[in-house]
Design a binder for this molecule. Sequence first.
Ligand code: APR
Length: 189
Amino acid sequence: MVHELPNGNRLQLLAGDITKVPVDAIANAANSGLRGGGGVDGAIHRAGGPAIMSELDAIRARQGGCATGSAVATTAGSLPAKYVLHAVGPVYRDGKSGEPELLASSYRACLRLAEERALDSLSFPSISTGVYGYPVEDAAEIALATVLEHLRSHRHPRQVIFVLFGDEALHAYERSLRHLGAAHGPDAR
Ligand code: APR
C-alpha cells in the first residue's frame, strides 16, 4: 500500500525482511545498551556485519548508550543502505506508563536523523512490537501518525517504507493507515 501526500512525499507499507530493501537509512529496533539482540536487531547486525557494532562500541564509550525514545546513527556495513538508525522503543507495560510518547519519540528521533542528513528514503520495522510486547494495533497508530506528521511538513525523508514482518503486521498497519488517512482529510485516498 502506498500513500502519497499533497507535497509528493510517500509512505509505503510492505511485508518482508527489512535487511533486503534498499534505502538510504534503515531504522533498527535496538536496546538502550546498543549491544545487539534478537529480532530485527539481530537480523540487521547479521546482514550488516561487524562494522556496525564497532561504531556502536564507540558511541557507547562516548555517551553510555541510548535512552528510550531516542536514536543514534551508524553506517550500514554490507546492508543495502548508507546508515542504520538505532532507535530504542519502550517496553510495553500497560499503555499508561508513558509508552505512547516514548514510542512516538523513537520514530521522531529517526526522522530527525534522516532529515539532518537530507536523506530521501528511510525504512522502519514495527518498533517495540516484538520482544518489547507493544500491541501491534496500538503501535501502528502511533508509528503511522508520527511519520505522517513529519512527512507533511518536511523535505526529508521524501519516502518512508514500513517493512513489516509477516502479513498479520502488514494488515494491522494497513487498517491503521486507512483509518488515519480518512481522519486527516486532505491527503486521504
Ligand atoms: N525485518 C523486519 N521486521 C522484523 C525482522 C526483519 N528482518 N525481524 C523481526 N522483525 C519484526 C518483529 O516481527 C516485530 O514485529 O520487528 C518487530 C520488532 O520486534 P523486535 O525485533 O523484537 O523489537 P522490539 O520489540 O522493539 O524489542 C527490542 O529486542 O532484539 C532485541 O536488541 C533488541 O533488546 C531489543 C529488543
